[in-house]
Ligand binder design. Structure first.
Ligand SMILES: NC(=O)c1ccc[n+]([C@@H]2O[C@H](COP(=O)([O-])OP(=O)(O)OC[C@H]3O[C@@H](n4cnc5c(N)ncnc54)[C@H](OP(=O)(O)O)[C@@H]3O)[C@@H](O)[C@H]2O)c1
Length: 183
């Protein structure tokens, strides 16, 4: 079974971003994002793609837009016109990631079987983009790791790994996960 994982850093009030940028700078979360996603396709909305100064190394970028003329100059970037089209490109991949933003997460939950959520322990009144309300009754928390405030991190946060309730973990490495439906 292949894994489709939504990965997001989300404030207590589900805030994700403002003015097409993030609301925080959390270097350890960036490192974790890099470690988890490197070597795997990353699916994103056109607005999230445009927040990157250049593509992230060693990852195929699948960019979703309604603009049929949208192009990028980078060969590691593929442009598609729906989330389904993006997921079709990943159907032979053992692990692929939906990396945002708000519009794409809102469409992505039903196609995902894993969520890597970094819960940032703060609220942001001026945010303009939000993570969707997830029905956590449908999800099982399988890992949790708290990261305190320190000199490089203005906010404390917790890494939370969820899989769908009906799944059980067969084996899980840093970069792959194998699930089976529970009997
Ligand atoms: N905290 C986090 O983990 C995190 C992660 C990612 C992003 N962000 C933040 O989220 C914000 C961006 O999110 P966003 O919700 O504004 O934008 P987004 O989801 O990144 O991209 C939205 C765009 O995706 C395209 N799109 C959406 N649904 C589509 C569909 N069904 N078919 C075809 N194209 C579709 C459209 O592109 P066109 O307009 O080109 O048609 C739409 O404007 C930024 O602030 C960013 O920093 C935060």
């Amino acid at each position: 079974m292949n894994t489709v994982c939504m990965i997001a850093a989300v404030a207590e009030d589900n805030a994700l971003g403002k003015d097409n940028d993030l609301l925080w700078h959390l270097p350890d979360d960036f490192k974790r994002f890099k470690g988890l996603t490197t070597g795997h396709p990353i699916i994103m909305g056109r607005k999230t793609y445009e927040t990157f100064p250049k593509p992230l190394p060693n990852r195929t970028h699948i960019i979703i837009t309604r603009d049929k003329n949208y192009k990028t100059e980078f060969e590691e970037c593929v442009v598609v016109h729906s989330l389904l089209e993006a997921l079709k490109l990943c159907k032979r991949e053992p692990l692929s990631f939906i990396i945002g933003g708000g519009e794409i997460y809102a469409q992505g939950e039903k196609f995902s079987n894993k969520i890597e959520l970094t819960r940032v322990h703060a609220t942001f009144e001026d945010a303009d983009t939000f993570f969707p309300e997830i029905d956590f009754k449908k999800w099982k928390l399988i890992e949790e790791e708290y990261h305190p405030i320190n000199e490089h991190h203005k906010y404390a946060f917790t890494y939370l790994t969820y899989i769908r309730n009906e799944l059980r973990v067969l084996s899980e490495g840093r970069n792959t996960a194998y699930f089976q439906k529970s009997k």
